[in-house]
Design a protein around this ligand. Structure first.
Ligand code: FPP
Length: 256
């Protein structure tokens, strides 16, 4: 782990979570699947398979400890540039995941929602996503938002287009546009912004993820590759977050 990324206080509390003050919304960039596979002499797709399992166990754990929202970056608008067999494998894993979720989400009380332009997905995938949305409407547990064909800039353009359309139809007017109104046009409408953004895989960049929503999120980076990400690593991230002093641009206020 890149120890130098942590303050002394964060190192001292490594993994010691205060479960009474958890972040309400955690966002994760699923990164490192390909390198995880390469290190083992396996095809990159093997990393994605294990990565999907890791998502399942982390999502379940987030539900168990009472996280309200978990948002993951599963497939970006740029990921279509990858080799066809890799894209096909990711879509097949997503399909498999949704099929299983439809059978289990009611029992598990985990809600599933999607962010991104789903219009380019197959009709079957779109149908499965709609089924998950429909079942989620009856549930109350942790909401997992899976970002598919998602790009932060594309989301902002899409929101601006929708707002402009509403203006043309007389349903909105430019002078009435505030940050709160604009948020209602994003994929994340109604969802609080992430408190904590975790990026495994060693990179320290946002990669076009939740550009608007992460304005005041606390960032946590780790060298651990996503398929190896464990609940202990999640504890480390949450404990580090709990050491931060969130000021939201102000000057006072204690820790989280
Ligand atoms: C990034 O790792 C990972 C992806 C682009 C795909 C993630 C997709 C899944 C885990 C499968 C389906 C998801 C769900 C939620 C069911 P990378 O390939 O860029 O890794 P690298 O940086 O090591 O090459």
């Amino acid at each position: 782990m890149g120890v130098s990324w942590f303050s002394k206080k964060e190192r001292d509390v490594a993994g010691q979570v205060d479960f009474d003050h958890l972040p309400r919304h955690i966002a994760i960039i699923l990164d490192g699947n390909g390198r995880w596979a390469k290190k083992r002499g396996l095809p990159r797709t093997a990393g994605h398979k294990v990565g999907a399992e890791t998502f399942r166990s982390i999502a379940t754990y987030c539900r168990d400890i009472g996280i309200d929202y978990l948002t993951v970056y599963a497939f970006s608008t740029e990921n279509w540039k990858r080799p066809k067999d890799e894209v096909d494998t990711i879509m097949a894993l997503l399909r498999q995941y949704l099929l299983e979720a439809i059978d289990t989400m009611e029992r598990d009380n985990v809600r599933l929602s999607f962010m991104g332009d789903l219009s380019v997905l197959t009709e079957e995938l779109r149908g499965l996503a709609a089924q998950c949305n429909e079942i989620s409407g009856r549930l109350t547990g942790c909401q997992c938002n899976i970002c598919v064909n998602y790009g932060g800039r594309a989301e902002l353009v899409h929101a601006a287009q929708r707002f402009a359309r509403d203006c043309l139809m007389g349903l909105a007017e430019p002078a009435g546009l505030t940050e709160e109104v604009f948020e209602g046009y994003l994929y994340s409408a109604g969802i609080p912004s992430p408190d904590l953004l975790i990026r495994p895989g060693g990179e320290q960049r946002l990669s076009n993820f939740l550009l608007w929503q992460c304005a005041y999120s606390e960032f946590y980076y780790t060298d651990v590759l996503w398929p190896d990400f464990s609940k202990e690593e999640l504890h480390r991230a949450i404990a580090a977050y709990q050491c931060r002093n969130r000021r939201f641009g102000g000057v006072s206020g204690g820790g989280v």
